[in-house]
Write a protein that binds this ligand. Structure first.
Ligand code: IMP
Length: 466
């Protein structure tokens, strides 16, 4: 018997393919009008999207993008780790922009709640991995622990809603035990803890109305015709298993996880959309095969983090054009960072810079099943023209004939005024074909500038048949 679903909707999953910060939010902005629901399925406040509006800046860490699209529903799935203090701050920011999320935002009641003890432990251990100190590792670890010393370790939103006072007591006990055991038992630590615990009950009440107790909610919406865009946080190279342990985030970032942490059956899946960046970056420690300056760059980054050296210091110290003309890859990397503004959006800390790694990109595209790729920061490739590469460097699998770095013909910034695909410089169209041959899937669009509308789209998603 054939089952027909005349009104059935579908879900597409958008993920970053490298080390995060590929400009996913810009692509989500572009695509969101074609969806009824934008949903998160992993991570928490370790993600960050900055949206500039005429009324000022909004920084979203946990609420899915698309807040300014009134008809769109927003979902935070059970795979996320929710920081209620930060969520309330986000809701306040959003409300200050006149946006009412009542009835629009739904948060799974099974999402894990970030507790003070998670923040304390992550703060203490952050240096080795270079975490964002949002408690992700300890929170997901406690979810897997379930119980320790006779006490529950994982609190889901549903537990917190059912007994706010009881959860505050449990959170206090866990945090105090940790502070005592780790010697972090200072007056400041206790003050900070008390502040969090005192404000917790009010945060719970503020969020209560958004909590979705029905695990079938999203499936029902899609079953009735809703179109979902899953917004992956972090990226493929930071997946807890598929990235390079231990330099990864604590959750799964791969698209298949949307159908676990996003509370939707996989039967609704349509496309997987990947986002990559033509000039790569990585924050945090760990392997980065195409890094300009290799280990020296990694060491420079580690020192910059420990000494608080960032955007301001680099711009004060270096002559960017001199560095750009250098034959030292580390120096070129610094110049590319300065010219392409690769600093943490909140912290200003430098990001490590690398050339486009097509070998790695292909591996991830095949491993996680990507249908189409958006490539951001393509305009920045023109900067390589007047460097020692004298063209666009890319990393490819080494063969007997050539090494791992190939250099493709460059184009100049002056050639880039055209936003239309048929008016792009020939070198850029050839670059697109080269990338497609190397990674094996179509490049659907190029990000050509910092503005959200500077995207050259080669075809629309619905025109692609797999
Ligand atoms: P955590 O997710 O805070 O535990 O950090 C683990 C690693 O993932 C660190 O290297 C972070 O810098 C990195 N990371 C986490 N979230 C993001 C992100 O949104 N963009 C880029 N890197 C991230």
């Amino acid at each position: 018997m054939t089952v027909v679903h005349p009104t059935r909707g579908y879900a597409d999953v958008l993920v970053g393919l490298q080390y995060g910060d590929e400009g996913k939010a810009k692509i989500i902005d572009l695509l969101a009008p074609d969806y009824d629901i934008v949903a998160r399925f992993n991570g928490g406040a370790n993600a960050g999207h900055t949206i500039d509006t005429p009324q000022g800046r909004v920084v979203l860490q946990q609420v899915p993008c698309a807040i300014f699209q009134p008809g769109t529903l927003l979902y935070i799935g059970s795979g996320c780790a929710v920081n209620l203090w930060k969520l309330v701050a986000e809701l306040d920011q959003i409300a200050a922009h006149g946006v009412d999320l009542t009835g629009r935002l739904h948060v799974s009641d099974r999402a894990a709640v970030v507790q003070p003890v998670h923040l304390i432990v992550d703060e203490r251990n952050s240096a080795g991995i270079g975490t964002t100190k949002n408690g992700m590792g300890p929170c997901y670890a406690d979810r897997a622990y379930r119980m320790r010393g006779g006490a529950r370790t994982n609190l889901q939103l549903r537990d917190v809603l059912a007994d706010p006072a009881g959860t505050v007591a449990a959170m206090r006990a866990a945090a105090e035990a940790e502070l005592a055991a780790s010697g972090g038992d200072t007056a400041a630590a206790h003050r900070d803890l008390e502040e969090r615990l005192t404000s917790f009950a009010a945060c719970v009440e503020r969020v209560r109305g958004y909590v979705q107790p029905r695990r079938t909610w999203l499936a029902e919406q899609v079953g009735a015709g809703a179109r979902v865009l899953f917004e992956g946080a972090q990226s493929m190279m930071l997946d807890v298993v598929h990235g390079d342990q231990p330099y990864v985030t604590a959750s799964h970032t791969v698209p298949a996880y949307a159908y676990v942490g996003g509370d939707l059956p996989p039967r609704f899946h349509r496309y997987t959309i990947g986002v990559a960046k033509a000039v790569m970056s990585r924050v945090g420690n760990g392997p980065f095969p195409s890094e300009l300056g290799a280990e020296r760059s990694a060491a420079y980054f580690a020192q910059a983090v420990s000494t608080g050296r960032g955007r301001a210091e680099e711009h004060a110290e270096f002559d960017v054009q001199l560095l750009r003309a250098s034959t030292d890859e580390l120096e070129l990397g610094i110049a590319m960072r300065m010219l392409t503004h690769e600093y943490g959006s909140g912290t200003g800390r430098p990001r490590r810079i690398g050339i486009l790694d097509l070998e790695q990109l292909r591996e991830m595209v095949v491993a996680v099943g990507v249908d189409v790729v958006y490539l951001n920061k393509v305009d920045c490739l023109s900067l390589y023209g007047e460097t020692m590469f004298n063209g666009i460097p890319v990393r490819v699998p080494a063969t007997a004939e050539h090494g791992a770095t190939r250099v493709l013909p460059s184009f100049s910034a002056a050639q880039l005024d055209a936003a239309r695909p048929d008016e792009l410089p020939l070198e850029l169209l050839e670059f697109r074909s080269f990338v497609e041959r190397e990674i094996g899937v179509p490049v659907i669009g190029f990000g050509m500038g910092p503005q959200r509308d500077q995207i050259t789209q080669f075809f629309r998603l619905g025109e692609y048949a797999h």
